[in-house]
Structures are given as C-alpha cells and as structure tokens.
Design a protein. Structure first.
Length: 911
C-alpha cells in the first residue's frame, strides 16, 4: 500500500509557496513549484486557488478537497488547512510552513477513514471509485488500495434513495384565534425553562399573533409590519405563534427569507419546535426553487457518459453526495459550495433542472426526484421555509392549490428588491433562445438529455389531432426565435429572423446612445424616441411573437381539455407529463404576452407604471446578452396584489424595516402595505444592545477619492491595526480588485489572510465560512456581503466601507428617483445600506467593533442611519488607525495569538 506521507505536497498562499518532500516543508520559488507540480502529482488543497496564487491556472494534483468530498459526502468542513486539520483531529498549524507540512498527514487521516468499520459513507464507494479510476482521478489508486471489495454488488444510487409518498390533499386550515398569552407561553416553552426572559421578544411574539388571526374581509389580510432590533430574538418571536397556529389550525405557514444563511438558521431552530427528527422532517420543510435541486435524470446522463474529462469526475462526486444528501439541494444545501468551483464550475449547473425540461412522470426517477419530494413534503408541513422569490412566484402563478394563506417575510427590508426582480420582464436574446429550446428541443452541440416540448408531448398529440396541430404551429413559430450562434450573428450585423433583427437594432441604438462606461461593463439606454429601424424591427418581432402566442394558448387549452375528459390511454404518468406541460405553457405563455406588451409600446406612449430600457450586457468588454428590460416603477404594487392581498395573514419583519426613520411611511411603501385596502398594524422593539459602548463610527477625512494607492494603503493599515477580522465593503468590483492586488501579499506576510469576493475562485458562502473560521482573516466584497454576512463574535470586529454607497445612476434609478422625491430618495437608499452594513458589526451580546467610512464626502444627514447613541467622529486616517488598534487592545488583543483557530457553531446567529 502506498504511504501518503511519502507523497510530495504543495501549499501556496499570498504569504509564499511551500513544497513538502521527504525532508519536510521548504519555501520555493514560483518557477520551481510550477515545474514540480507539472512533473509529479502533489497533494494540495483547492487546486484552482493554488493555481491562482502560483499564477499558473493549469495546476492539478491530488486535491484534498476532492478526497474529502468522496469520503465524507454531504458533510460540512471549512475548506482550509486548519479547517480540514480540525475535522480529522489534528492540531491547528501555527504558521504557513506548518500548514504545508500538515497536508500529507491530513491525506493520511482521511484515507484511514476508509478502513474504519463505522465509516458512515461506505455504501457506493467501491463502485464509484472504480469509475473514477477509469476517469483518471488522481486519488482513485490510493483509495482503491484501502477499500474493501464489497461481498455483494453495491446497490445503485438510484435504488438507494427513498421514494416520496403520495398523500391526500390537506383539508383547509381551521378558523381559530390564538388566545391571550398563548403565543408568549409557546415562546417560553421554546426558549426553555431557566432561560432569561427577553421582554422585547415576548412582546414581539404577542404582536406577531395578529398575523394568525382570522381574516374579516376578503382581500384584506391581517398584516403586521414589525421592526425588531438586532438581539431581540425575532425568529423565535414569530416561530412561537406560527408553530402554534399551524398545530391548532392544521394549516401551513410559509416563512420566507432573503438569504440562505437565515434559511439554515431557521431550519436549525426547528429542533426546538419539533425535537423528534423523524417528525421534524414532515413538519418543517425547507423549500427552494427547482433550479436549486439535483435532477437525477441529468445526473444519470452525466454519470453514464454525457460528461467527459473533469466534469465527469465532478458528476461521480455529486453522485456520492446525492446518496447521502438530506434533500438534494445543490445550492446552499449540504453540497459543499466549494465543490463545483474545484471543477471551475464545469457541468454543475447542467445537473440541475434550470430550463424546465423535466419530463415529470415520464422520468424513471420521478418517484425519487428531490424536487418532487420537496414539493410534496411542503404540502403537509406546518412550516415551510422558503425564499422571497419562490414565495412570490408561487403565489403569483397560483401554483399552490389553496394558495399561501399565512406568510412570514423575514429580512423584510429586501421585499422591494425581491419583488423588483420577480415581476421584471426581460425580452433578450438569452431569454428567447431558451424558449425556442424549450419548445423545439436541443440544438446540435447541447450537453445532456434535453428534449423539446414536441418530444415530450409526442404520445399525447398522436391521439389528439387538435393538440397536434397546435403543437406543430408552436414549433414552426418558435423557429423564428433566435437560435445557436445568435449573438455572433447580431454583433456581425447578419441577424437571422425577426427577433435577431430586433436585437441587432437594439444593439445599434444602445451603442449610439449609452453613456460610455469604464471597464467594459453593461451599457444601457432609455426606451424613448426609438429610431425608424428599431420601430420597424419591433413591429416585425411583435408579429412573430403573436404567431407563437396563439398556438401556445391553443395547445394549453387543448391539454386542459384532455385532462378534463381523460381518455383511457391517459395513465398517471401521461397525466403528470401533461400537467407539467400545462404549467410550463402557462408561465411561458405569460412571458410571451409580457414581451408582446413591451414591444407594442416601442414607438408609442410610455406606460407610466413601468420603466423600460434597452441594454447590452457585458463583462470586461465581452458581450453576453442584448435586449429590453421592463420593471415596475413600484414593484410593491404587484406584490400587494398577487401575494399579500390573497393571503389571510402576513407578517413582515426585519431589524431595519423602517430604514433608519422614526415613522412607518417608508416601511409601508417598501413592503406593499401602502397598496392594501386596510392599514397594517405596526410593532417596534429596539435592540437590547448598548450600541453606544459597543461600537463607534469613524469617517476618515484624508483619503482622497480616486487615489487607489491611498485607498489600498488605508485598508492595509486598518486591517493590520485590527489584527484582521475586517469586512471591507466596496461599491465597485474594479476598485476591490485593485485594492486586493496591492495589499494581499503585504498582509499575508504579517499572517493576516485576505479573502476577496470576485477575485478568489471560491463561492461567496464558502468565503464567509473561511472568514468566520479564522479571526485573523479579512474579507473584501460588495453588496451581497453588505446585506447577508452573519459573523458574530471576534471574527468580525471592523467594517471598512470605501465610499458612500450611492445608488448607481441607471435608467431605472433615475425614474425611481424622480418619482420618489429626488435626493430624498437617494438618501433613503443610502441610509438603508449604511444601516445594513453597520448591522454586520454587532451580532450578539458582547460583540464590539468599529465602522470606518473612507470618504470625507459622507454628508452628516446620512449619519442618522446608525443606531442612536453611537458616536460618530470625523478623523484622519492616522487617528482612525490608532483608535482601531486601541479597540483591539481593549477587546480582542488575544485574537492575534489565535491564528487559524476554528470557531465552533458556524451557523450561530442572534437576530
Ligand atoms: S422528475 Fe424531472 S427534475 Fe426530477 S429527476 Fe426526473 S427529469 Fe429530473
């Protein structure tokens, strides 16, 4: 048996490069390291990251993370040397050389697991390793030497998964009213005997019961807007009445979040509500959009040969995971977020059902399908934990039979943005080619098992003549939509068909009128005063869309009639397939109707409810998509109409619902409550934290705007003074990259690791996990980090914002600004963003920290965004650095000595 301890290893970080051989670890130069890894496979950790640090993207080798994914599928680990060391029971390395030296030992411990009797993931390992061996996976030989050959053939993955069970439809929820004090009593039960009573939380639970009272009037739900400051414990505050109502009424409460972190936290809180695990699986269900889940049919295709090279290795590792996954959720579930990025994302998205090509009951895995399982589980659950987009889409499309009657929107300050994207219309090349593929089927080079509507409905239409005629007409009409290579043809001025011609006209208008932006990012221009070629192209495209709309509608009606008057040959499988096609035709037909409506106004009067513009989507100068965009001027109008009004009770809550204002006008407007026939109830509980002593705000006055060197220097000095633990927030990716490039190596030499969104080839969730796990690490990022990072404790003790987060001057922003009171609108947006960013700092009792704004141009009127009592000072950079250092002395001085320590309980959060 080959000893792994004798294998060479490579460790590359911003601090340097280490090669590990028989004599231990030694520093090496870039060239030597590249030669070494090219000659012999080395043990390493995260090959794409190592490749980036080496400046040699082609690096490959024996990646410990791939081995971990094979041996411990569906298990969480922080994907760093300290993270893996802690997982396998080794000491945290004291420095980078020690980290390098540890790599073979980690490999040894991981491989030793294969011989342990109680290894939980043994089933399936032999078979998959044999396939991986054929695919040339580096670890396969070492794994194979240590794996016992199973006595009997292993069951295939697909036979090991549990099927879902069909259940009768749930009866409507009973009409009940929670009695006085019942919600509070349930809260006390959930928080446990002996736990300290939090008055704000008690009051919140009592107030939240309002959303579960019987509704008095149709289309007039009981709505409560509740601002509960950080530290109140609002999740248990609303889960108390929600779970009680669900039990007593036999109904379902949808709890909707904006971030995956909060979804995971709610899932974890479920243990208090239903301690028994088996019961809990039935009563508390996490539900996401179908594009998040693994499609078993796509996986089977990929495992059986439609993927090749590295993508084929990924498919096998995903196959390992699927057998042990809790719910098959590939995005934010128990598939490690870092796994697809190890394969440079090759193939991962093709394993989900992104394009609505599911064949439902026609699929051999239908009874075990993760998507179907999640959907069925949610039908009978007490609590369904979902996200804003899914709740809005489901409610708007009337997907859920009885509808969504009780909804809790947590992170309610994001409702406006979620509604904005949910109710948006995009008529672009990418959207239209997708529709063409859905109807006609795959084109020449497509990967996997995609089939068009025609193939999926072949048997149905062979029995139903009218249906066959409509389907034929739809396929003909879809042929006028853009096809493979459309973008190239449009850019070269050689469009094919009316839609491609339209996008060529759009592109030419955008290039003529858009304000030239830096760095080759998106271009856009208002849809106003269109020139004659654009008006003509829009008219021709409208005719083509209408020609498609008619047979789509006819086909849908025909299929509905077939279901209604079910003929003998319509077995359960065909019925499910027809139902799937009807649902698809419904929402895609809705999209075509919205496109037609948008085109009909080109050259005519604008609709005051909408903001329309044309854009060319680009990244670093490369064009990606072209088309029209339409947004509601106020997206809370469709939100109120389609989602809130039909419900019986809705609770909207957030720590910053009022956006830093004392009154409720902003909250009413941003949540859709202002459009409801009856006024909402309001509740407010201030945070119990003493912000005045826990945090201070420093506005630095002497870092010149536009001076990148000065900006980078300021970041480096502040991070050093804090000893890491810094979240650096940027308003532009280009500046983030420029600062990161200037300071990463310098900080690494002081043992202060720097992680960066948009730079490191790692998904954002994993970056946050890595940041949380190492109190000396710092993290740079943009909007997603400003709004969603939840890192309690000393790992986050300094937030540095490079600029005032003004909204980007887009067509959409200009229209909303005009409608929303001009600069007052901008101020509201900025204050909400500042409040969110500041909110990252103090997550639980005892947290302390400093918020630094590196912009002297921060107007004083915006500073009310911070909690009352927090001291705000305008200071020089020198002064800011010494205050940050002093804060470290008084609070986190010990942190500096704890480099690399893994923090327990990564999901802990106090809201
Ligand atoms: S039922 Fe649909 S989504 Fe599920 S595995 Fe089959 S094809 Fe994929």
């Amino acid at each position: 048996m080959t000893s792994v301890l004798s294998l060479p290893a490579l460790h590359a970080s911003h601090a340097g490069i280490w090669l590990v051989g028989p004599d231990g670890a030694r520093e090496a130069g870039r060239g030597e390291a590249i030669r070494a890894v090219s000659d012999t496979p080395h043990i390493l950790l995260n090959a794409p990251l190592a490749g980036q640090r080496l400046g040699y993207a082609e690096v490959s080798g024996l990646d410990l993370l791939e081995l971990f994914a094979f041996i411990h599928p569906a298990r969480f680990v922080v994907p760093t040397v300290p993270g893996l060391a802690s997982f396998v029971g080794l000491d945290t390395p004291a420095d980078e050389a020690a980290a390098a030296a540890l790599l073979p030992a980690i490999a040894g411990r991981l491989l030793a697991t294969l011989g342990e009797e109680d290894w939980a993931a043994r089933e399936g390992a032999w078979t998959i390793n044999a396939t991986l061996h054929r695919l040339g996976w580096g670890w396969a030989g070492l794994v194979g030497q240590r794996l016992r050959r199973p006595e009997r053939g292993e069951r295939m993955l697909f036979s090991r998964l549990e099927p879902w069970e069909e259940a009768a439809e749930r009866p409507p929820a009973r009409v009940i009213r929670l009695g006085d004090g019942e919600a509070e009593a349930r809260l006390a039960q959930l928080t446990g005997a002996g736990s300290e009573t939090r008055e704000g939380q008690r009051a919140f639970a009592g107030a939240a019961a309002h959303a579960f009272a019987p509704r008095d009037r149709r289309d007039a739900p009981n709505v409560l807007l509740a601002e509960a400051g950080t530290g109140i414990g609002k999740t248990l505050g609303y889960l108390a009445p929600a779970s009680l109502w669900a039990e007593k009424a036999g109904g379902t409460v949808w709890v909707s979040t904006y971030t995956k972190a909060l979804q995971r936290q709610l899932d974890a809180e479920g243990r208090r509500i239903v301690p028994d695990e088996e019961q809990r699986k039935k009563r508390i269900v996490v539900r996401k959009g179908r594009e998040n889940y693994l499609c078993l049919l796509n996986l089977e295709d990929a495992m059986q040969g439609s993927f090749s090279g590295r993508a084929a290795v990924l498919a096998q590792l995903v196959g390992r995971w699927a057998a042990y996954s809790k719910d098959g959720d590939m995005v934010g579930g128990d598939l490690p977020g870092w796994l697809p990025s190890l394969f440079r994302r090759a193939g991962a998205t093709a394993l989900t059902d992104r394009r609505g090509e599911c064949v439902y009951a026609g699929c051999p895995h239908y009874r075990k399908c993760f998507i179907e399982k999640a959907e069925r589980a949610s039908r009978g659950a007490d609590l369904v934990i979902a996200n804003h987009a899914l709740v809005m889409v489901s409610a708007a499309r009337g997907r859920l039979g009885g509808g969504l009657e009780r909804i809790v929107f947590d992170e309610g300050h994001h409702l406006f943005d979620a509604a904005d994207s949910t109710f948006a219309v995009a008529l672009t090349g990418a959207e239209t080619i997708e529709l063409r593929r859905w109807i006609i089927g795959p084109e020449r080079s497509s990967r996997g098992r995609r089939r068009g509507l025609a193939a999926r409905l072949l048997d149905v239409c062979s029995y139903d003549e009218e249906g066959a005629v409509a389907l034929d007409a739809a396929v003909q009409a879809a042929g006028l939509l853009p096809g493979d290579g459309w973008l190239g043809r449009v850019v070269e001025g050689l469009p094919l068909g009316p839609l491609e011609a339209l996008f060529a006209a759009v592109r030419s208008s955008v290039l003529a009128r858009a304000r030239a932006e830096d760095a080759g990012y998106g271009l856009e221009t208002e849809l106003a005063e269109p020139d004659a070629p654009l008006v003509e192209a829009a008219a021709a495209a409208l005719v083509a869309l209408e020609a498609l709309q008619r047979p789509m509608t006819a086909l849908r009606l025909r299929l509905e009639a077939v279901l209604e008057d079910a003929p003998d040959w319509l077995d359960a499988a065909a019925r499910a397939r027809v139902e799937g096609a009807i649902a698809g035709l419904n929402w895609r037909g809705g999209a075509v109707a919205a496109w037609a409506q948008l085109l009909a106004r080109v050259g005519g009067a604008a609709d005051p409810d909408f903001v329309d513009w044309m854009n060319v989507d680009r990244i670093e100068g490369r064009e990606l998509d072209i088309g029209f965009q339409r947004r509601w001027l106020d997206p809370t109008r469709p939100l109120a109409k389609a989602v809130i009004e039909p419900a019986h009770g809705v609770l909207v809550t957030s720590a910053t619902l009022r956006g830093g204002e004392e009154h409720w006008e902003v909250a009413n407007a941003r949540t859709g409550a202002a459009h409801l026939p009856t006024a909402p109830a309001h509740f407010h509980a201030a945070s119990p934290f003493d912000y005045a002593s826990a945090a201070e705000v420093l506005v630095v006055t002497d870092v010149r705007q536009g001076d990148l060197a000065a900006l980078a220097n300021a970041y480096a000095r502040l991070i050093t003074a804090a000893g890491g633990g810094t979240l650096g927030l940027f308003t532009a990716i280009a500046r983030l990259k420029a600062v990161q490039a200037r300071i990463a190596d310098r900080l690494a030499r002081e043992r202060l690791p720097l992680l960066a969104q948009h730079v490191d080839p790692i998904d954002t969730g994993t970056l946050v996990d890595m940041f949380r796990a190492d109190p000396r690490a710092s993290l740079l990022g943009t909007d997603a980090l400003r709004d969603g990072v939840d890192v309690p404790g000393e790992s986050l003790r300094l937030v540095v914002m490079e600029r005032v987060p003004w909204p980007r001057p887009t067509v959409l922003h200009a229209a909303r600004r005009l409608a929303g009171g001009g600069s007052a609108y901008d101020d509201r947006v900025v204050k909400a963003r500042l409040a969110q960013a500041f909110g990252r700092l103090v997550r639980r009792q005892g947290d302390r920290g400093t918020f630094v704004m590196l912009s002297a141009a921060c107007p004083s009127r915006l500073l009310t965004a911070f909690p009352p009592g927090v001291q705000v000072s305008r200071v020089t950079l020198d002064e800011a650095v010494s205050r940050v250092a002093a804060a470290r002395e008084t609070t986190g001085g010990s942190v500096g000595e704890r480099g690399g320590e893994l923090r327990p309980d990564p999901l802990q959060r106090i809201d």
